[in-house]
Design a protein around this ligand. Structure first.
Ligand SMILES: Nc1nc2c(ncn2[C@@H]2O[C@H](COP(=O)(O)OP(=O)(O)O)[C@@H](O)[C@H]2O)c(=O)[nH]1
Ligand SMILES: [Mg+2]
Length: 361
């Protein structure tokens, strides 16, 4: 028998979205405790978890499968992505692993391009602190225009503040990431030429990239197709790169700077692994002499920089594992057969643009 709390009407639906292992389920369990309903998403064997959070008001919480980006490449990603776009929750809590800020912010920047309000939970704050990483949430709020809360789902810190904010009305603000001026001007032209009911910025981006899932579903007229093809060709020619890779690159370049600026090393000593490293750091702090790096004259420095320049394969090999995976996933998506499998599947209509128009016959 349902108790009084469970019968109270749901004020709003909140989806927990984020990279795998960012702590969504831990937060979900903390918020919903025994008020959970667990089943499967329709048609797939991916677990669907819904629950209720009660404080001053009753909120429905949906724990989504982990996603790295809004371009679905797996069943898990497709489920999360379809839910966000078809069921359109009232609010998204983007759960971010604070110890991997830059990688996690890739998805954040895409979520902000949708029309749904986003609140970011900088989770694993305890682990970040133990590793000597401090994140300046206020700086991130300024850049992204959405609220950031430092929380630890497993230690239950900061969660009450997060939820009392989410219980109130959260207003969607503009996304802050902007691309190069020519890309922005192309987006502007597309959004004026094509009638896009929801997620205007995101869909314009996908149309400009000639993402076939979105383009097919958008049922463009010949003149709209011509405009988009022209803009795409012009920019690809200029950047000597596929536009989807170029836009991802511009996104990553900005996120790299944003993440660096917002992250400060709180206690660098805590990060130093070996005794020798710690001893050297302590020595420097006490003013002891440590081995000085030999100064290289400016001219020679330039030469050695050139000599040290690496091929793109070498650069890829130097990226941290996870970043390498993100980059290669992006390249794979636009080149290999997985995309064809996806397209030949039954799901031809891209959920992001469902309702944009009827297929021409
Ligand atoms: N230290 C720490 N660990 C956490 C926190 N939140 C989650 N975890 C751990 O991170 C791992 C992944 O969490 P989970 O909730 O399954 O992530 P999900 O894949 O996003 O649902 C688990 O081992 C959790 O115990 C946190 O705030 N601090
Ligand atoms: Mg989970």
């Amino acid at each position: 028998m349902k108790n009084k709390k469970e019968k109270s009407p749901v004020r709003k639906t909140i989806a927990l979205a984020g990279n795998p292992n960012s702590g969504k389920t831990t937060l979900f369990n903390l918020l919903t405790k025994s008020h959970q309903h667990i089943g499967n998403w329709p048609g797939v064997t991916v677990e669907r978890k819904e629950g209720r959070y009660f404080k001053d008001t009753s909120l429905k919480i949906v724990d989504l499968p982990g996603i790295y980006s809004l371009t679905p490449l797996s069943v898990d990603e497709e489920v999360a992505h379809n839910y966000i776009n078809n069921d359109r929750p009232d609010l998204i809590i983007n759960v971010v692993d604070s110890t991997n800020l830059e990688r996690n912010l890739f998805l954040t920047s895409q979520l902000l391009e949708l029309d749904i309000p986003v609140v970011v939970a900088l989770n694993m704050e305890d682990e970040a602190r133990a590793k000597g990483i401090g994140i300046d949430g206020a700086a991130l709020e300024k850049v992204f225009g959405c609220p950031f809360f430092s929380v630890s789902a497993s230690k239950n810190t900061g969660v009450d503040e997060l939820m009392s904010f989410c219980g109130k009305e959260v207003i969607k603000k503009e996304s802050a990431l902007t691309y190069f001026a020519d890309v922005e001007s192309a987006l502007d032209k597309i959004s004026k030429a094509v009638k896009i009911p929801v997620n205007k910025r995101w869909i314009s981006l996908k149309l400009l990239e000639k993402d076939s899932l979105v383009t097919d579903a958008a049922c463009l007229s010949p003149s709209q197709t011509e405009l988009i093809n022209g803009l795409n060709a012009e920019l690809e020619n200029k950047y000597k790169n596929s536009l989807s890779s170029e836009i991802a690159k511009q996104r990553y370049d900005q996120l790299n700077v944003i993440a660096c600026k917002a992250t400060k090393s709180v206690a660098r000593r805590a990060c130093l692994k070996s005794d020798n490293e710690r001893r050297a750091a302590d020595g420097r702090r006490l003013g002891q002499k440590t081995k000085q790096k030999k100064k290289v004259p400016k001219k020679r420095r330039l030469v050695s920089f050139r000599q040290n320049r690496q091929s793109s394969d070498q650069q890829m090999a130097r990226l941290p594992d996870i970043r390498r995976r993100d980059v290669s996933r992006l390249h794979d998506f636009h080149s290999d057969h997985r995309r064809m499998d996806y397209l030949s599947d039954k799901r031809r209509f891209h959920p992001l643009v469902s309702g944009m128009g009827k297929k021409r016959t």
